[in-house]
Design a protein around this ligand. Sequence first.
Ligand SMILES: Nc1ncnc2c1ncn2[C@@H]1O[C@H](COP(=O)(O)OP(=O)(O)OP(=O)(O)O)[C@@H](O)[C@H]1O
Length: 619
Amino acid sequence: MTDVGVLAGRALHALKMTWQAGRVTTLLYLVAIVAQGMLPAVLALLTKWLIDGVQRSSTSGGDGSGSVPEPMLTPLQAVVCIGVLTAVLAALPPIAEYLKSRLQRGVSLLVQYRLYSAVSRLEGLARFEQPEFLDRLRMAQQAAVTAPEQVVASCFGLLQAGLTVFSFLGVLIAISPLMAFVTVLAVLPALFLQMSISRQRSDMMWEMSPRSRRQLFYQRLLFDLDAVKETRLFGTGRFLLERMRNETIEINRAEEQLDRKTVTRHVPLSVLSAVVAACGLVWIVMAALRGEFSIGDVSAFLAAVAGVQSALGGAIADATAAYHSLLIFGHYLDVSSAEPDLPRPAEPRQLPALRRGIRLEDVWFRYRDDGPWVLRGITLTIPFGRALALVGLNGAGKSTLVKLLCRMYDPTKGRITWDGTDIRDVEAAELRDRISAVFQDFTCYDLSVAENIAMGDLKFLGDVEEIRAAAEEAGIHPHVARFPRGYDTMLSRVFYQEDESGEQEHGVTLSGGQWQRIALARALIRSRRDLLILDEPSSGLDAAAEQEVHDQLRRYRANSTSVLISHRLGTVRHADRIVVIQNGKVIEEGSHHELMDHRGEYARLFSLQASDYMDSTAS
Ligand SMILES: Nc1ncnc2c1ncn2[C@@H]1O[C@H](COP(=O)(O)OP(=O)(O)OP(=O)(O)O)[C@@H](O)[C@H]1O
């Protein structure tokens, strides 16, 4: 159970955000809530005065005598006030609703912006691979949209209910303290029951949240475009559907149990509350018949019992909603205040333009403290102005090494230097600004061709010449030239684009190889960077295209510092230096000819691939 102090802190935080989202709106909303909370009791009091005034006039001929106390207003004044206040009370709900929606929109904007800014401040990748963080992030995304507004709405709802209850009790105490006591007594049993049930409901929702997350996961697999392909082919749709159904059944079962408990306890307690209220009514009617209370008092009592009961019911519902929202809001606060995942240098150093080279010195790395070592004491140099190739079997650690070069993670042991400067002493953003890359698992953005390419360097967004030059270097320009709207063509299956007349039209779907060229163009538009990383840049290309892209890249890489990873050894043979990695260690290093003469792993792999081609041509 989360502690009350923590929940109060979160509620204050949510209220502060609401205030920041719109001060005037918050104040107006508060006024509307206070008015809505107090007006019913004021109306009950006015009604009592009206009835008492009418009774006095009818029993004493208007001379003001008799057992009924003299009301503060004449019947006419009371009627006018009742009319005006009833009109105000009728107008308030839509106004309050409008103010609430306005606040909700402001808060959502603020909260979402803060959440996603906090997520973008995480510079490394490690957090995004922790299931616990991802779960929290998912809950925080949910919370970002709904929780603050729910917390605020619930807090204001509680305030309104509290005001209604206290103002009714105030009216009753003025008539008779005993009557106020009977009213409270009548609602107490139901109140305790609701409190206990609401706590159990919140706990149940919390316990069920892992199931709800799994339910969402299966749901997504059932309509996600990439997943649908496999679920159709492998026929796994029904299997996933069943799993989703089972999660839902379990959640429903827990809800059903609690609902049954609520009904079986609620019915007798509600009856008890009604009996106490009825006894109170009998008592007050008897007392009125004895002349101890006026008819106005009886009417105020009836209004107060109904008002207090319904307000308390509303208050409990609001408290339950607030409790649940505050639990979820905790995830938002955790994520938005998450510490940086990569240690920041106390006094960041400037990164000089690369002149000598990048060096890995005895670099050890594992993804988790309890995981296996992926890199085991790698020492190698990427010389300035030279092309280095990394070669090795699947899982050898090549991509991991590249991620360390970009400082997506820090080495567990050892260091990486840039002309002698440890890259941990430099701001990660400054380091990355010096690097361009095509990753093995590059991103396909549902954006236009031009935007997809300019994502490599946003200063070229809108610069048609630069975008086209990068596309030509990557060999995608001839394809783009055939697209209906050239570089403005949307590359998406899930979004439409609008033509000049505002009509929606389909975008273009690219092949894997075409996407790879777009990713290459994105890396190439990031020109004049110190280091170019190419992790399998041509794996999806046909043989002729691969040859063409590599010839192009060779010209592009001449005299610049680059790292190329490829399983096609024919494409790495021209590199100035080739490093062979096996099980996270460098086992061979040299030029293509040196390594072939050495007759080690590289020579074995190269001959294997070459013989494969030879066999194919021979047969
Ligand atoms: N994010 C990660 N978390 C945990 N382990 C990982 C992660 N990424 C990679 N690994 C593990 O690290 C090892 C090296 O993976 P890496 O991707 O660096 O190999 P690679 O040489 O690039 O392989 P390939 O040629 O298949 O691309 C593998 O055993 C892999 O399972």
